[in-house]
Design a protein around this ligand. Sequence first.
Ligand code: ADP
Length: 452
Amino acid sequence: MIALGLHAFFVLALFGLCVVLPVWIMAGAFWGMAALAAGLACLSLFHFVYLLRLYAWLEGPPEQPVPQGRGLWNRIFASLHRRARQRAEQQRLLSDALERFRRAVQAFPDGLIIFNQHHQIEWVNARAASHFRLDPQGDRGQPLTNLIRQPDFVAYLERGEYAAPVVFPNPRCPGQTLLVQVVSYALGENLLLSRDVSDQERLDVMRRDFVANVSHELKTPLTVVAGFAEMLADPDLDPDPAQVRHYMGLIAEQTQRMQRLIEDLLTLSVLESTAVAQREEVVDLEALCHALVRDAEVLSAGRHHISLKLEGYIQLEGNPQELRSAFGNLISNAIRYTPAGGEIRIEWQGTAAAGVFAVTDTGIGIAAEHIPRLTERFYRVDRGRSRETGGTGLGLAIVKHVLSHHQAVLEVESQPGKGSRFAARFPASRLRHAQNGAPPWPGAGITRPVRS
Ligand code: ADP
């Protein structure tokens, strides 16, 4: 400011000394005054021109460059130029920060909607747009309840008590469950958070069903046991020893049924607690299959024709107990669902592509619509038959977990009335050469019919 004052003073003094004073001395006071007036008029015009430029710049678009000036105006314009640059830099920083914030909010895994006191949408992030099928631009200003008409949500919004969230099935996306919570962060400014909780909801339903199923499975044998125990404890009743033996036999049968169920539940819970098989080793399938055939013969009690065939690689890396439990379940199912006189074929084939353990029976078979659900816990095609044969409804669920521990898959082929084939397909990476008599792969492999 002082510099500008000094500059103006210096220009005027120079003009007075160089123009006005010599004219005054040489031509008299009139011409001196005229020279002063002409000089002042030129100076005014000069400033007027620059004032006009300044005015035009101030009124013009913000990106217009600051005009160039001379003398005093050069300094003024330079200072304005500096300020304009600082302001542009501040604006750039601000819009960068806003852009970063916008991107962060867009990337948020939950849906976010900003709405006002009239419940009109002001802003929507991409996740909320996908949850409620909203158009972030087109739906701006629309009342939320016009677009999300779910009754629980409408009631929640209208109640205005947002301490707890609300959970409801998404009307715009069947099968999806949403958890929604509103947060009021300023007067009339609200934030709606939405989260897809479908998986959690499904798990809760599964857990509830599981508890209901276990209770139901235990209730029936317990009722039988309690009934006979009460009867035998009745002092007024005097059953003969044959009757007592019969009752005790029924009690033992139901107790075994509960034991089997609890054993299967424990096996399943251990299997579910890990994603991969524990304590793996190289399992000799020849020995394992022979042991399984012996168990099968005991269970069949001579009612079925059982055969075993081993081909190719016969060593598999895995957990022996888990493998025995899975293969045993497939074999016991084949026996339980095959009428007397039927045939049960147990086969193992280890090739360079995969290892397949298959159990084929000539039993009752399964209708196609049941096959996708067989490995669900407690899923049975014929509940009565499963119970009659001592089934717990958990056998194939156990098989599924064991196979997933070994990166194997279960393949089921079946025809009602003709029979079924359950095959466990293991990746080739789990197969090993046998120590003695290893099949020289690649090649035809060695076929060893063990029993037929
Ligand atoms: P369960 O203890 O009832 O046998 P699983 O989980 O082992 O339970 O099997 C589920 C259902 O699959 C059985 O109830 C039965 O209906 C059907 N199933 C399994 N294996 C066979 C088979 N080999 N033949 C016919 N049906 C079968």
